[in-house]
Design a protein around this ligand. Structure first.
Ligand SMILES: NC(=O)c1ccc[n+]([C@@H]2O[C@H](COP(=O)([O-])OP(=O)(O)OC[C@H]3O[C@@H](n4cnc5c(N)ncnc54)[C@H](OP(=O)(O)O)[C@@H]3O)[C@@H](O)[C@H]2O)c1
Length: 372
């Protein structure tokens, strides 16, 4: 059986909380007939399988578990709850989220309003069978609510002990900066983390959001580090992915259901840039005696803004494979450059201009902490 030598623990941004640099994502725990295709995927985990995965993750040193009220409409949280009550609660760091609609018949069961945030947090606590959530995250921005209301509510939840820290997810640059500034202006607890899609196949947040994180000391928690499994190396150019044993294969049966977490196979099957990237990852994996998934995750862990990678796994083997990326080895600087060059990156105006015209000679450590 594969074992993980050791796991690295890192501070969650500027907070004093330490988390393992591999976080266990639990979006595939449970299942529901909801419109989100991942919840229907045959590889999802029922309670028994999920508990086996959680146990193995803990045995290997992981202490950080990510869920959301939305995942299978609370089933993911309930499955974690029935496991958590048998654990030493203080050894585990639990993150959840709020924002998406939880009851379509109730116009108030959605969003980042004071009322829904408090109700949702209380419902999450009851499903998780605990009296505090370590990190509560805004799942996406809410256009309908003043940010002051949301930030004050996060602060109140911290002050009354229902949550320990707050973070955000899927925010863009100006939204992040606004959160950072307003919490300072209002004297509130700061935002500690940004959970964002980030992988060798999704690098858009490097342009803006991660600049804010670097400057403000906010931890980046990449989600879909393997782009739904595409970066695991298990898919082959001339083979149709299996719909019963893989997420990509399941989505391939009805690509109208494709999402960023469940990409369409047809988008990658004939994409030369993707296969070139896979070749580069494959060579680096061979240099180190590692797997393709481990290199893809390691690349993220060697980014300065990244704190912990939120991985998904549908079996113990995947947990063991992915956690081997945590510590004890490094991708070399030269290999990092090769991965950087091979991974597709769209250059938007004005970022390219800002980057090109602010080279190392314009970096003044007394002025700013953002090294472009
Ligand atoms: N904040 C947000 O909006 C947001 C959005 C999405 C996800 N997330 C979080 O991020 C977590 C991870 O997302 P994700 O599941 O999309 O991550 P991912 O790592 O990109 O994909 C995980 C999937 O890839 C396959 N896989 C994983 N490791 C493998 C390995 N070593 N070898 C072969 N196949 C492997 C498994 O699917 P199959 O076995 O089915 O092929 C697994 O479910 C979620 O659980 C959730 O906590 C957050």
């Amino acid at each position: 059986m594969a074992t993980c030598e050791k796991v690295e623990y890192r501070f969650l941004g500027r907070s004093g909380l330490k988390v393992s640099n591999i976080c266990l994502g639990t979006m595939t725990f449970g299942g529901s007939d909801d419109d989100v295709a991942v919840y229907q995927c045959p590889t999802r985990s029922d309670e028994d399988k999920a508990h086996t995965i959680l146990n193995r993750y803990r045995e290997l040193g992981g202490n950080f578990i990510d869920t959301a009220n939305k995942y299978s409409y609370g089933k993911s949280e309930s499955i974690i709850g029935s496991w958590l009550e048998k654990q030493k609660r203080d050894q585990v760091v639990v993150a959840s989220k709020v924002r998406f609609p939880m009851d379509k018949s109730n116009v108030n069961a959605v969003g980042l309003s004071r009322r829904h945030m408090i109700e949702s947090c209380e419902a999450s606590l009851s499903r998780l069978r605990t009296n505090y959530i370590d990190l509560l995250q805004a799942h996406i921005w809410d256009n309908g609510v003043p940010l002051e209301e949301t930030l004050r509510t996060f602060d109140d939840l911290i002050r009354c002990g229902k949550i320990r820290y707050f973070g955000v997810s899927n925010f863009c640059g100006w939204q992040m900066q606004k959160v950072a500034e307003l919490t300072k202006l209002m004297g509130l607890n700061p935002v500690v983390s940004l959970q964002q899609q980030y992988s060798l196949l999704c690098r858009q947040s490097e342009w803006e959001e991660f600049m804010v994180c670097r400057n403000e000391g906010i931890a980046v928690l990449p989600w879909s580090p393997l782009k739904g499994g595409l970066l695991s190396g298990k898919y082959k150019r001339d083979e149709t992915p299996d719909p019963l044993t893989t997420r990509i294969g399941f989505i391939h049966t009805d690509e109208k259901k494709a999402l960023s977490v469940a990409p369409a196979w047809s988008k990658y099957r004939d994409n030369e840039e993707f296969w070139k990237l896979m070749d580069v990852i494959g060579k680096i994996a061979a240099n180190h005696g590692k797997t393709i998934a481990q290199v893809a995750i390691r690349w993220l862990l060697q980014q300065d803004v990244v704190c912990s990678v939120v991985m998904g796994a549908t079996s113990v083997q995947q947990i063991e494979d992915n956690m081997e990326a945590s510590a004890g080895w490094q991708i070399t600087e030269e290999e990092m450059k090769q991965l950087d060059a091979a991974s597709p990156r769209v250059t938007y105006y004005p970022y390219e201009m800002i980057w090109n015209l602010n080279g190392p000679d314009r970096f003044n450590p007394f002025n700013n902490s953002v090294k472009i």
